[in-house]
Design a protein. Structure first.
Length: 291
């Protein structure tokens, strides 16, 4: 007759906890082991999912804390839940949380991936890949797509003032319309192109790229293609305009950070769709004063 033998654990480093079910954030049951590793691997790891989540606000939580928990921008939560301003939410409030920083868009009749990408400053190929669509897919009115890193440009609160100082090719941009030169010591190397952008160059790699006006950082992407922008930063200004700083070699700020005019955002570089070291500088909601 076969003798009973003790169970053998083939894992030389079994999970801690004596086999107990692990609880993350008070709500999620976590298996001891699985394709993503063990429960012990969850220390300081933000939730990762390809699905839209619903978060029930707890006492004392702010939008900034919730955004950090899910690894998305504050504006991603604002836009998905039609929260106009501020960081205040209420206990018990249910928030839609997208799986990535960006926008959820309901398709209107006649829209294409290209037109949606243009509307939200996204990349059609990235949108297609993320939503598992063909790049030339026919979209159905009413279906929803997620635009990774998409942004909603705010309308300016007032018309741009007249008397802007415009520079000719090769001239050094000066302070104009309340904006300071975002790449001090640079010259304009290309006039308006893309989304109301100009190229500024003539400085060494890593030279400081600075905020053209006071505002709040709403996008800070370090690394990646990002629709051709490479590493880039977007700053939201008090009058509703936005400025974008692309092809950076490094990013020195984070989402939600307040910056003043002339504060360093990162270093000039040649990341993304770029043929040389320069800053691609865009203005949304107003005339580009350096065009």
């Amino acid at each position: 007759m076969a003798l009973l033998e003790p169970a053998t654990n083939f894992n030389p480093n079994p999970p801690k906890g004596g086999g107990n079910i692990q609880v993350a954030d008070g709500v999620a049951l976590v298996a001891e082991a699985g394709p993503a590793g063990t429960a012990a691997d969850l220390i300081d790891v933000k939730p990762q999912s390809s699905q839209i989540s619903v978060h029930v606000v707890k006492e004392g939580e702010t939008l900034s804390q919730i955004a950090e928990l899910y690894g998305v921008s504050v504006n991603t939560i604002r836009w998905a839940n039609d929260i106009q301003r501020g960081d205040v939410v209420h206990p018990g409030q249910e928030l839609i949380i997208l799986p990535v920083t960006g926008i959820r868009h309901t398709v209107a009749k006649g829209e294409t991936l290209a037109s949606i990408a243009k509307k939200y400053d996204g990349d059609a190929e990235e949108i297609a890949n993320y939503n598992e669509l063909a790049l030339d897919a026919s979209l159905t009115a009413g279906e929803q797509v997620i635009i990774p890193d998409g942004i909603i440009a705010s309308a300016p609160s007032s018309k741009p003032s007249s008397g802007h100082v415009h520079t000719s090719g090769g001239a050094t941009p000066a302070s104009s319309a309340g904006f300071v030169n975002p790449l001090p010591g640079s010259v304009k190397t290309q006039g308006v192109h893309g989304y109301n952008g100009v190229d500024l160059g003539g400085t060494p790699a890593g030279s400081s790229v600075v905020a053209a006006a006071p505002g709040t950082v709403i996008v800070a992407k370090a690394g990646g293609w990002n629709g051709g922008y490479g590493s880039y930063v977007v700053v939201q200004h008090g009058n509703g305009t936005q400025t974008l700083y692309a092809h950076l070699s490094s990013v020195s700020v984070g989402v939600g950070q307040a910056v003043g005019a002339g504060d360093r955002l990162g270093g000039v570089g040649s990341t993304g769709r770029s043929t040389g070291i320069h800053l691609h500088f865009e203005v949304r909601g107003a005339s580009n004063p350096f065009k």
